[in-house]
Structures are given as C-alpha cells and as structure tokens.
Write a protein that binds this ligand. Structure first.
Ligand code: MN9
Length: 291
C-alpha cells in the first residue's frame, strides 16, 4: 500500500458565506491551517463537508478550491458519493482533473438498492476514472453494511479499490478488512475511538474533529506508532473531552463555531441543519481558547 494514504486526514468542513455560497477563501485558510499542523491529507466533500447538501457544481467548486490550496503538499481524497451514479462519475472525473489522489464514495442510499446495484455503482465509478477508490462504509447513514466477504468480492473486481473508510464502532470488522488478501488501507471513522481503531489495525483516521484539533490526532497516531500507549490514550481523552461538547450542540455547526473563534469564518451549516444556539456558540468560543 502506498504510504501516502496513511495517517491523519481531516474530513474537511465546507465553509459558507452569509449568502450560502461556498467560501473559497475560508477553504484555503482551513487547508493551510491544517497543512501547517502536519496532516497527511484531506477527505473533501463527505458527510462532514455536507457533500450531499451541495449541488454537483458546488462539489466541483469545493474540489477545485481545496486542491488549489493544498497545492500538491498532502494527499487529497474526493468524496464523490451520491445516489446517482452519473453524478458520481462526473465528480470523479473532475476530481482527477483537478489533481486529487483518490476518490471515495458512500454506498447509494434511500432506495435500499440491492447488493448487485451497489456493486455496479462502485464498478461504474472506478471504471470511469483511473485513480484509486476508497469505499466509505457508513451503514448507519447508507443503510448498507459492507462485510469482509462483500469487500473481498468487490476488491477482486478491480485493483483500483485500495481502501475502506470505516465509520462504525465495529472494530472487529475493521480488523477483518485489514486481513483481506487485497491488503486495503483502512481508516478509523469515529474520532472518539481513534486509538481503539489503531489498536485493531487502522492505518489512519478520517475525521471531522481533526479540522480544529489535528495536532491531538497526530500526537495519538505518533505515540501509537512508537508504542507509547499511555501517552496516546491521554491525548485521546483530551480530544474526547472536546468531542463530547461538540456533539451536544450539533457536531458540524459546533466545529464551525470553534473555527470561527479561531479566525477562520465558516458560516452556518446548510439547511435543514440548524444554526448553533447562542449557548453553543459561547461554549465553542471557550473551547477555541483552550485548544
Ligand atoms: O467522518 C465523522 N463522521 C460523521 C467522520 O460525522 C458522520 C466523525 O469525524 C464524527 O463527526 C466524529 C464525532 O462523532 O467522530
């Protein structure tokens, strides 16, 4: 596996201006802020990035703005998943064109598509563009749970499948993915369990809370690699003290409020997400000072 896919990847938040359009300027600031902290790459336009609430054109705008800001310094993964295969293909082609290293997609949701439909969705996407694909396994959101057997079967169809972003607390399954003959790169999806995911074999993590505290996750990763589990655990507990507050107020809106307080204007989340409460914003301003 290519080592550029290992490590700590913020699931990039998408900043909006007051009129609701994407704020390219803040995309650049947020990318810069995290590149300087030493992240290994970015996962753009996924759940955290409100990808499914953006138009296809906006998703392209986000890919372009983030790739330009990154300027080849770290590994870029574009989330192109949607329920419409044609849109996903259009996004995948665009991601490749603006320099992304890989694409990723959640399984198509809402219609309870058959396994055959889901498999062909992935194959249609990977056959449309010659960059690697990282499957996004998020059963709570997509309604479809990859098993090791299903993943084996899909990975056998194309060597463009290189990894799995695993957003469930089933870390036995994470380890089972790691034991596949295709040797996929596997990312931990719940930030609050990063050290646990690493213990079960994760090669890194993709997370929303990394946007504002990547340093803590880089520390967890590095301590873990050195075998200093006590120090890694202490950092995880520090991160979790923050995460437990973010979750109370709506995680993405709360993360945006912390970044606002740190000087990167993020705006609200897109409707139907609700804006953060005044109480939540005050709390996030306090958290920003503590970081
Ligand atoms: O991409 C994120 N997943 C979702 C990963 O938000 C669905 C996580 O980073 C969580 O936001 C985070 C807080 O629960 O672990």
């Amino acid at each position: 596996m290519d080592s550029k896919f290992k490590g700590v990847f913020p699931a990039l938040l998408t900043p909006f201006k007051a009129d609701g359009s994407i704020n390219d300027d803040s995309v650049a600031k947020l990318v810069e802020y995290n590149v300087r902290k030493g992240v290994d790459g970015f996962y753009v336009g996924g759940s955290t990035g409100e990808g499914m609430l953006l138009t296809v054109d906006e998703r392209k705008q986000l890919f372009r703005a983030s790739a330009e800001a990154n300027a080849g310094r770290t590994t870029m993964i574009a989330h192109v998943g949607t329920i419409c295969t044609d849109h996903a293909i259009e996004l995948a082609k665009y991601a490749k064109e603006v320099g992304f290293d890989a694409i990723s997609a959640v399984a198509p949701y809402y219609y309870s598509f058959s396994y055959d439909a889901i498999k062909n969705y992935y194959l249609d996407i990977v056959n449309s563009v010659d960059i690697p694909m990282i499957i996004y396994n998020f059963p709570n959101a997509s309604g479809f749970n990859f098993t090791k057997a299903i993943a084996e079967e899909m990975f056998a169809c194309s060597d463009r499948f290189i990894g799995i972003k695993h957003t469930t607390s089933d870390l036995f399954l994470l380890q089972q993915f790691k034991s596949m003959s295709a040797k996929p790169v596997v990312y931990n999806g719940w930030d609050e369990m990063f050290i646990a995911g690493l213990s079960m074999g994760a090669d890194g993590g993709i997370g929303s809370t990394y946007n504002l505290m990547a340093d803590k996750f880089i520390d967890i990763y590095n301590y873990f690699q050195k075998g200093d589990l006590r120090a890694a655990q202490a950092k995880q507990l520090e991160a979790n003290a923050v995460i437990s507050e973010l979750i109370k107020y709506g995680v993405f809106a709360a993360e945006k409020a912390v970044l606002d307080a740190l000087g990167i204007p993020m705006g609200d989340c897109r409707r139907p997400f609700r804006p953060i409460s005044d109480e939540g914003r005050a709390k996030m301003t306090q958290i920003a000072k503590s970081l």
